[in-house]
Write a new protein. Sequence first.
Length: 227
Amino acid sequence: MKNGLNTIMSILILIVLAAGVYFIVQTVRQSAQAAADAASAPFQQMNQANQALQTQVSQMLNPTPTIIPDPVTYINEIRALARLETIQYSVEKVVTVEVGQGAYSFAFGDKVLFVGHGTVIAGIDMEKIQPSDMRYENGVLYVRLPPAEIFIATLDNDKSYVYDRETGLLRKADPTLETLARQAAEDEILKAALEDGILTQAETNANAYLFRFFTALGYDNIIFEDD
């Protein structure tokens, strides 16, 4: 009986000792961790401050443009339009604008290679049709349309870009060169569309569209007259 009690007492003592040792170890670990955290806190704060400073310097060197529209809007003219757009061209044009070229271009030259993507839209301004431009005689509808014209010729800023820029070692980059390149690209895009016959095609398309339109109204014989 005594042996059994002694065994139980021994087991209890071992459990108490083990719990005590575990408690001491955990306390030592927590104290060590707290000390490590306290020691590393200044370094963490320094790293955070350094990162914040780097972010501020980066923002200063590479600022994001802020767009502030004027809250006042001036509407100069409102005009009703009756334009029949009959054709659209999408044109790409490469333009080079340069200054200071020659033997010393490496020092004093400045050159921009610009790729321009643009849109040219042409058609007929139906507002210009007069009552005398349409007549119905002997079962035939005679129609005289105004000349085809360019409605829109503009760059697509999302697709247009500066492909290359070369500035001499002793020259400051001219900020107006890109503007000149954009203007030249827009002019060249319009010129290319005109040379390709956009106005002729716009007139042909207008005749085809209006022929179907007048036919749907019940006119069987339609003749388009030239000026």
